[in-house]
Ligand binder design. Structure first.
Ligand code: SAH
Ligand code: SF4
Ligand code: F3S
Length: 438
């Protein structure tokens, strides 16, 4: 049997897409190899959001190319956002690559790999105009109790720093009936937690005559689904009906990942985020008033072109004012072809480095404060397996999406109550009380 190995970079959407790639290859009769060294087909599902994943991929492809010289029958396939961004150059830049495909053309990978027995279609490329939902492909679910569910593809925003609209195309919503049928099937197979995925989940549905709030309510009504998460919403589209649905639907978790990007209204404008600092802060107030015990996490960028020390301080004070439960912090990375990459006032590397260090510290302090408030409480935890810190501990996540390491005898997939005894800026620790009756 021929065997494949998939290496995944980037966001949850790519994690989802990789499960579809695996599902499709398995349906074509390939088996999964435990390591890339044992694989006949090496797939890289790439990201190009910043320069770092590009550089990492170059190293991986270097290794893969070296192995291929010893095993000339090996096939190297590169898919995802980097492949799409480099579609005109990928085969010249990396001659060891046999097949390339974009995020919307995963379904072609099988034919190009010669699954029909015709041999590998080297140099084959998908046509971006034929974009298809990866969600229509077979799935190889890595986690038995949790699943990613794609609700849309592409992005209609024009954030000036971001490459995603160029590589994932215009936004298209998946039909609600299809989404609900998939989730119904997942629930029957034992899945208890779904994460709805889109580049901007809050603009979901405009093209299929529904909206995100309605979708949340419909998913909430699916038997067996105990937890609903989603990522990412755009603050500009976070409206009252969604807040109400979050508050009223028992399965929708009390957590929103709400990317702020910058606390400076001036920088937000240059980023084309279409909200101001004040509007974001008002939205946070409205969400917290409507959804008791809400956890808020965010994405932040430092060193956007033209960002002054004062602008940066606005980001620091916004983090303190909101009191985020966590944040992904990024150094601005110019992406070829984006508006911001051509802006004249690029910030020097050492300034960016200094700012990210200061930001991380403020983020950690805020998160540590928020997590400390959980000590002494009992949290509902979905058990994911043994803890990464020690085999005798279990690991899971609260509804507010914080990782908990705890003592107990539960199985992966159980919902249990855990008494929280201590906290750091990123995790909680405690002891299991009893199984939650559901
Ligand atoms: N569609 C999602 C996620 C976009 S990518 C959303 O809009 O929320 C995830 C994060 O990467 C973004 O929120 C942003 O903080 C960061 N990012 C995007 N482009 C970047 C760039 N050029 N440099 C640094 N960080 C970037
Ligand atoms: Fe990129 Fe902005 Fe779209 Fe998010 S909303 S994917 S940051 S363009
Ligand atoms: Fe990266 Fe593409 Fe996701 S660029 S962050 S893998 S949408």
């Amino acid at each position: 049997m021929r065997r494949y190995h998939v290496t995944t970079f980037g966001c949850q959407m790519n994690a989802h897409d990789s499960e579809r790639i695996k599902g499709m290859l398995e349906e074509l009769g390939l088996g999964e190899a435990a390591s890339p060294d044992d694989a006949d087909v090496l797939v890289f599902n790439t990201c190009t959001i910043r320069e770092k994943p590009d550089t990492k991929l170059a190293a991986y492809l270097g290794d893969a190319g070296a192995r291929k010289r010893e095993h000339p029958d090996m096939v190297i396939a590169v898919g995802g956002c980097y492949a799409e961004a480099q579609r005109d150059r990928i085969f010249t830049r990396y001659p060891q690559v046999d097949v390339a495909f974009g995020p919307g053309t995963i379904s072609h990978l099988g034919e190009w790999l010669g699954a029909g027995g015709e041999g590998v279609a080297r140099g084959a490329w998908g046509i971006a105009e034929e974009r298809r939902f990866a969600a229509t492909l077979p799935m190889h679910n890595e986690r038995r109790f949790q699943a990613w569910v794609q609700i849309s593809m592409g992005c209609n925003s024009v954030c000036s720093y971001c490459i995603v609209p160029a590589v994932r195309g215009r936004e298209v919503s998946r039909r609600p009936g299809e989404i609900l049928a998939e989730i119904g099937g997942l629930a029957e197979a034992g899945v208890r937690e779904v994460t709805l995925l889109g580049q901007n989940v809050n603009s979901y549905g405009r093209d299929v005559e529904t909206d995100f709030a309605e979708l949340l309510r419909a998913v909430d009504a699916v038997d067996g689904i105990e937890r609903i998460r989603f990522t990412s919403p755009h603050p500009k589209d976070f409206r009252r009906p969604v807040i109400e649905a979050m508050a009223e639907c028992a399965a929708v978790c009390e957590h929103a990942h709400l990317p702020l990007q910058s606390g400076s209204t001036r920088v937000l404008k240059a980023m084309r985020r279409t909200y101001s600092r004040d509007r974001y802060l008002r939205l946070v107030e409205e969400m917290r008033a409507g959804i008791p015990d809400l956890a808020l996490t965010t994405d932040l960028i430092v060193g956007f072109p033209g960002e002054t020390e004062d602008d940066f301080r606005d980001t620091l004070t916004a983090v303190e004012e909101v009191g985020f439960d966590g944040a992904f912090t990024f150094v601005y990375s110019p992406r070829a072809g984006t508006e911001a990459a051509a802006m004249p006032e690029q910030v020097r590397d050492e300034v960016k480095r200094d700012r990210i260090e200061r930001l991380v510290e403020v983020v950690q302090q805020a998160a540590a404060r928020r997590n400390a408030e959980r000590v002494g409480r009992v949290e509902e935890v979905l058990v994911e397996g043994p803890s990464r810190t020690g085999e005798s501990l279990l690991r899971g996540r609260t509804r507010r999406n914080t990782t908990v390491n705890f003592t107990g005898d539960a199985q992966a997939g159980d919902l249990v109550e855990v008494r929280i005894d201590s906290a750091t800026s990123t995790t909680l620790a405690g002891a299991q009380c009893a199984a939650v009756a559901v």
